[in-house]
Design a binder for this molecule. Structure first.
Ligand SMILES: Cc1ncc(COP(=O)(O)O)c(C=O)c1O
Length: 289
């Protein structure tokens, strides 16, 4: 007889609902995305869908097709009626009794939520503190997978230290990225906007891509190179980039103030350029994107 226990209730194993058999739960066997809208338009929808398609491909989940996912996003977004929304969705390999090898023909599980995007006005105006933490993640951080335990532990450590984000540092002593954000630094003397080059060690952040776009045509030169925590703490400005909040200035790094401990001029400049770019995309894109 197969039995299972849910809390302190014993049930027959074969009566378990699919939510208890989801491979996402046992193995983190799935991929996800987070998008947001500004003023009633989803920002960079096609970029997120392309990244999601890539994540699916890399882990060998082949359905549903991206067109169907796009339709689902637009449907929930239309129904929610939220101008500034945060949309989360994930796709797991499916539900079945726990076994590392998935059954052939298993159907993936799709799940999505939508709610108001967080208000980042205060963080943008005042900046946030960050602290470093070892990067304990696997070697394919370019895949947006549901395996987020190292990210969670890093963020918990940051919170304990009164910080908003953990900056992950790999075994070579280099910063990779935030536990849930891309990381940027500015060398004001050289007019350099510095961020780690893409690779298997970091997520190809959509915000990172658009921050780089926002810097284009300005005096800031984009330099893709690695930084150590000591390099970062000694630079003029630091900031985080993430879909839900776009650009958030960092004013304290491992307890040390960055310059005068206030959001930097060039970071503010990029926040404004990013906002302009969002407006420009709203004007030029179709309602669906
Ligand atoms: C580890 C990690 N890096 C970077 C990012 C930023 O990515 P995006 O700009 O696509 O939100 C995230 C966002 O969740 C993340 O979890």
């Amino acid at each position: 007889m197969n039995l299972a226990m849910i809390g302190d209730r014993i049930v027959e194993g074969n009566q378990l609902g699919p939510e208890y058999l989801d491979r996402g739960l046992y193995f983190g066997d799935g991929v996800y995305e987070v998008l947001r809208s500004y003023q009633g338009r989803i920002f960079a929808l096609e970029d997120h869908l392309a990244r999601f398609a890539r994540s699916m491909h890399e882990v060998g989940i082949h359905e549903p097709d991206i067109g169907q996912i796009r339709q689902r996003i637009l449907r929930i977004f239309g129904q929610a009626g939220l101008p500034n929304a945060k949309i989360y969705f994930h796709l797991t390999r499916g539900s079945e009794p726990r076994n590392h090898t998935p059954r052939k023909g298993l159907l993936p599980n799709f799940f999505m939520t939508i709610g108001p995007a967080p208000d980042s006005t205060k963080d943008k105006a005042q900046g946030v503190a960050v602290s470093t933490f070892p990067d304990w993640r696997w070697k394919r951080c370019d895949i947006k997978s549901l395996n987020l335990l190292p990210n969670v532990l890093a963020r918990m450590d940051a919170e304990k230290k009164g910080c908003a984000e953990a900056i992950l540092v790999n075994e070579a002593g280099e910063i990779t990225e935030g536990s849930g954000s891309a990381f940027f630094a500015i060398d004001a003397k050289r007019n350099e906007l510095i961020t780690r080059p893409l690779g298997h060690e970091i997520l190809p952040s959509i915000t990172r891509q658009h921050v780089i776009r926002a810097a284009q045509g300005s005096d800031l030169k984009v330099v893709e190179r690695t930084l150590t925590p000591a390099d970062a703490a000694g630079l003029d400005e630091l900031f985080l980039a993430v879909t839900t909040k776009d650009i958030v200035p960092v004013i304290r790094f491992d307890g040390q103030h960055i310059r005068d401990g206030k959001p930097g001029f060039l970071t503010k400049f990029l926040i404004d350029r990013f906002a302009a770019l969002v407006c420009q995309d709203e004007k030029t894109k179709t309602p669906a994107s």
